[in-house]
Design a protein around this ligand. Sequence first.
Ligand SMILES: [Zn+2]
Length: 305
Amino acid sequence: MFENIIYAGSGIGRAAHLRRDAAGLAKLAGESKALLAPMWKGSNLVLTGPEPRAVLLPAAGLREAMAASAETVFLGLKGKAPVFASDLTPLSDDEGGPSLGPGTAFVNLREMGPLLPPAEAALLAQAKGLLHWHRTARFCGQCGAPTISEQGGHQRRCAKSGCETVVFPRTDPAVIMLVIDENRGRALLGRAPRFPAGMYATLAGFVEPGETLEEAVIREVHEETGITADRAIYVGSQPWPFPASLMLAFFARARSFDIVRDAHELEDVRWFTRQEVLDFESQGMFLPRSDSIAYQLIKRWLDEG
Ligand SMILES: [Zn+2]
């Protein structure tokens, strides 16, 4: 487990038992205490300013908007208040989307997330991840017919009689790992070409069908750096709905030390001692954002020194 992991800990009770009853959910959405997290073109609604906040609006005032939405999903219960999220993309083609109140704007959660109270960032992440999946699962992968949302937006079913294939919200597992040279007190950090200049981080990659998380860690390390690693130890995870990942963090032990860099994946990769990492700033280098799981892994290693 890590502390300070954003996009986790929304405090929403997902109340899966309520998803089965479509009429009951419609009734819940009509209650005066029902809340709505609006989205538009993949962006979440926030109250902007130096201390931005997530915006949950009374659903009662947005019935027409919800009816015209691309999709409305049930996120769960916040205390006793049912919380829904709607994709309001069809309501407006204007730049910035529909106007839903003074000081509010639709923003990119990836940029705004670290500025929000953590529980609110997590709620918006849940809305973003689920509604993104709906936008990409509108047609059946088996027969091409349209699909229909069920279970409060937690599954879709093919509408074609005889097919009726059911699909579920998708999460793509990705491993992120800090490879340690225990004898020399060094760790392997690299930079992908897309990183901001000067930033060094842990290695990462997607899990492939038919492999364990531990196998994915060892394979990715070898592919990207030529290093042989073993003993991948799971540390914690972070939802990463950009668009649909779950980051699973590991420490791995290096068994070989000569780097053979994959130039497609990495612009640079090196062994660093703890002192070298602590001196990053003087070299014009830096670590990922403090709320990222990559930083938390590196921090834990630094603290153990
Ligand atoms: Zn089908």
